[in-house]
Each structure stands twice: as structure tokens, then as C-alpha cells.
Design a protein around this ligand. Sequence first.
Ligand SMILES: Nc1ncnc2c1ncn2[C@@H]1O[C@H](COP(=O)(O)OP(=O)(O)OP(=O)(O)O)[C@@H](O)[C@H]1O
Ligand SMILES: [Mg+2]
Length: 336
Amino acid sequence: MPEDLLQRRLVVVTGKGGVGKSTVAAALGVLAARSGRRAVVAEVGRRGDVLDTLLSPADRPAGGATTDDDDDDGFVERAVPVRGASGTLHHVSISPEAALREYLRDQLPIPAIADLLGSGKVFTGLTAATPGLRELLALGKVWELAQPVRRTPGAEPYDLCILDAPASGHAVSTLSAPVQFARTARVGPVARQGATIAATLGDPAQTAVVVVATAEELPVSEALELEDALGGRVGIHVALGVVNGVLPDRFSAADRDALAAGAPHDPAIAVADVHARRAHDQQRQLARFRRGFRRPVVTLPAATGRRLGPDDVDALADRLEQGLRRLRADGPGTTR
Ligand SMILES: Nc1ncnc2c1ncn2[C@@H]1O[C@H](COP(=O)(O)OP(=O)(O)OP(=O)(O)O)[C@@H](O)[C@H]1O
Ligand SMILES: [Mg+2]
């Protein structure tokens, strides 16, 4: 069962661009809701990729998933249906601008002053002058979502927040921002906030990272580097590797030779030849990932639909659950 991983308060999903981070974050959210949790998946930068995948086309809001996800009244924490779940799943899209407005309203006694300071012009000036501030603000909201007692007035706490984090390099700088601010500001509210967020991120009982890759050379290399950077320099616990989009490897070496020999003469054999070689290359990259990655690794199959929807995410959540269950059977603590 995936309880080890999903018992954290915050699970961060990252990896190279385009490898399936949002899809894996959505599948983890489905698993959490199925296991009875009240979970939220958070995306940053007004993206709605997770929401798009979790909602059927009829349920998707007109004009894009994130058009109304933050406004002057704060963030929209939208409930997302999960079939057969005893828990619940929510989605929120975080923009640093809205995070600043919320932060100021929380800190300053006069709402009009908070709104003035949080206005577009001031925000642009502040963030341009302060490297890392956008990241700190976004992570501050993620931290708030992961708290057992919410700071947002009237907001119900979640058991688990799953962060669909930016891609590799940007993820490292985002996740390092709190500790950088804590160090450079030293004293005052920003240093305190930085230190508080950094303490949550750095505590393996509360926070874990899932590194996603596809079984290709560059994504695997980036995932291995990411494990080193996050586990080392950034000091955040990496719990699991996910290799996404794995093709079935149906052919033996002799089959592959036969396909290669027939490919120039027959278009159908040529297609099978390409598939066989891709699947074989994937297996080599998967083996390389397993050798280099220090944490447990699970695989997810390539779905065949044109655009992934809730049924595909359900099926991927099943596979993730099976993979995690197998790891658990292999030895206690493998996904800790
Ligand atoms: N297992 C899978 N089978 C088939 N298609 C997949 C699978 N996983 C993801 N996809 C598709 O691949 C594309 C990229 O996936 P996704 O958006 O999850 O990646 P990402 O890492 O979040 O990308 P980005 O770096 O742009 O945020 C999407 O169209 C998604 O539907
Ligand atoms: Mg994404």
C-alpha cells in the first residue's frame, strides 16, 4: 500500500520537462483520495495541466482550467471527483502574485494597505529586485496548504498536499529558496518564514520528493542529477523514482533481428521494428536508472489514448499502487 509515501504532509513531484510530472501528481492525488485522505494537488504559475487530466472534457471549465483559479478573493480550492474514493481530492493553481496578496492580508492589519502593496506594479518591482521571491511566495502557499491548522481563514486542513513542481533546474532553485532567504535575511519576518518553510521541506517525516523520468537518456541523466542535488545541496528527502511511459517489451533479440531484416520490405514490419527498438532502448535506460538511483523505482506504462483523461489517470493510479505495494512487500521502509 502507498501509505508510506502518502503519509507525508507534502509530496513534491519533479523531473525533466514533459516527462509526466503533472500526470504522476494527478495519479498520486487519486491514490491519496482512494486511501481515505483529504488531498490537494497544487500547480504553480497558473497552469491547469493536472486539472485538465483529472476532469472529463464535459467538466472542464470553459476558457481553460485556471482562468478563475485565483482572484482578489484568494485561491480557488476546487473539489475533483475521484471514482470509488472514500477520501477527497482538490486542486489549486498558485500564482506568486495571489500568494503575495494573501500573505500581506495575513500580515498587515489594514486590508487596503495590503491590497495596495500586493498590486501588480508593486509586485513586479518587488520580485524583479529580489531573486527567488516569486519561488518563496509560491512555496509559502504550498506550505500553508500542507499545515494541519490552516492560516487561511475558514479553510479546512488537508492530510496531504501534492506539489506538481517545476522541471529539474527550476525545481532545485524553487525548493532552495526558503533556506536561501532564511540565511540571507537572517532576522525579521522573511527570515522567519523562510526558516519555517525550510524546516518543513527538510523534514523527511513531513516532506518527500518523487522524481519522474521517461526511459530515455536525457530524462534519466537529469533524474539522477536531481536526486543528488535535492538529497544533497537542497537537503530534501527523495523517496521514490517513477519511470513513466514504458512501452511493453515484447520481442527477443532474435525477433528484433528478424524485424530489422524484414523492415525495408514491409511497412507493417517497419513499424514493429521501430517499436521493438524503442522498447529495447527503454529497457536499457530503465536498467541504467535503476542502477544509478538510490531510492526505489516504479514504472508506469505508456497509455495509448490521444489525450489522457480521468480513466487513464485511474489506470495509472492502479499501476502506481501495484508498484508501491510490490516495493512494500520487498522490504519494510523501501518507500520511506
Ligand atoms: N503514461 C503516459 N502515457 C501516455 N501519455 C502520457 C503518460 N504520461 C503523460 N502523458 C502525456 O504526456 C504529456 C506530458 O505529460 P505531463 O503534462 O504530465 O508532463 P510534465 O512533466 O508535467 O510536463 P511539463 O514539464 O510541461 O509540466 C501529456 O500530454 C500527457 O497527457
Ligand atoms: Mg506539468
